[in-house]
Design a binder for this molecule. Structure first.
Ligand code: TXA
Ligand code: MG
Length: 305
């Protein structure tokens, strides 16, 4: 088999792991129905087993075989799929996402990725594919093929190169449960874009939060300071906007949030390789996509729970 899509689908059928390109970040994929394969994902990432995985599907019809959608979930799927939105909904009985992948919850997270290669692999395989970000737990997510291979390539039977990830941040996660929509993780689909479809969002109820949102996440080895453009000797400044920091280390020289999101994890990883005494990140606006960028930066700096 010379076709990487067919080889990846065959690896999934054999219960092996793959590196799956998506438009957000690279994923570490496994057959969602195969508990032994899913166990390998948790092991390769050193991921705590209370943190459930996202089931990736090829289209909305396949999503509804995995999860139970109400009219609101359908409206979100129509508005944003394929694309960087994950919907948490009640798991369908016999829906083929094993209990380990759901971390024992009666809900399941599903998304239809925007990357055509991801959908082609899933369609060739035929079932749902769980795929957390392909980093080891607690490290920045890989947004290039080389970074994905460096993080978890040792654990996979097949790695599919989809080029650099266009979005660069993990998907927005919303829950649609008991008639309420809550934002569990900000991402490329913004709060305002979701509210334009479903009206105002609810607070995520206790016990309904995203179990994976542990305090220190996405963190490079170097300490990270945010919201200041003052870097001392031995420190690297990641700039934003005209005239802030060296061009090579700018999230976006023009101050564009999409460009900053696409560059964020790659630059954090590249800066870390220089072994600086700290990585300093210049102020970035909080509106729109800025909410997700801030969320990841606060976590990289160890600020949030
Ligand atoms: O963009 C993405 O979403 C990437 C690419 C590879 O698709 N995947 C990704 O997966 O970021 P991961 O495993 O790193 O993040 C999944 C998030 C976690 O915060 C997890 O807690 C949450 O989704 N999640 C999964 N199932 C859930 C559920 N049933 N209820 C609440 N949160 C859930
Ligand atoms: Mg992750």
């Amino acid at each position: 088999m010379s076709d990487p899509t067919a080889r990846a689908a065959a690896a999934l059928k054999a219960g092996d792991l793959i590196i799956l390109p998506t438009e957000t970040v690279y994923g570490l994929g496994a057959d969602a129905a195969n508990a032994e394969a899913v166990a390998k994902v948790f092991e390769a990432k050193d991921r705590p087993r209370f943190n459930p995985l996202i089931a990736h599907v090829a289209d909305a019809a396949q999503a509804e075989r995995v999860a139970v959608f109400d009219a609101t979930a359908r409206g979100l799927a129509e508005a944003f799929w394929p694309g960087p939105l994950t919907i948490v909904a009640p798991a369908r009985e016999g829906g083929g996402v094993c209990e380990l992948a759901r971390a024992g919850l009666d809900s399941v997270a599903v998304r239809v990725p925007g990357h055509a290669k991801a959908r082609a692999v899933i369609a060739a395989f035929g079932g749902a594919v769980v795929a957390p970000s392909a980093n080891r737990s607690g490290r920045p997510s890989p947004t290039t093929f080389a970074d994905a291979v460096e993080e978890t390539g040792h654990a996979v039977a097949e790695a599919v190169d989809g080029g650099p990830c266009a979005v660069g941040l993990e998907s927005t996660v919303v829950s649609v449960l008991d008639g309420k929509v809550a934002l569990l993780r900000p991402g490329a689909v913004t709060r305002a874009e979701i509210e334009a479809v479903v009206g105002s969002l609810s607070e995520a109820g206790e016990g309904r939060r995203s179990p994976g949102r542990v305090a220190l996440h996405y963190a490079p080895d170097a300490p990270v300071r945010i919201e200041t453009a003052e870097a001392g000797p031995g420190e690297i400044l990641l700039g934003f906007g005209p005239g802030v920091g060296e061009a090579r280390w700018s999230l976006s020289p023009t101050g564009d949030l999409r460009e900053a999101a696409a560059n964020l994890f790659r630059l954090l990883r590249e800066a870390d390789r220089e072994r600086p005494s700290a990585i300093v990140v210049a102020p970035v606006p909080r509106e729109g996509l800025g909410e997700a960028i801030h969320d990841r930066l606060r976590r990289a700096a160890g600020h949030v729970g």
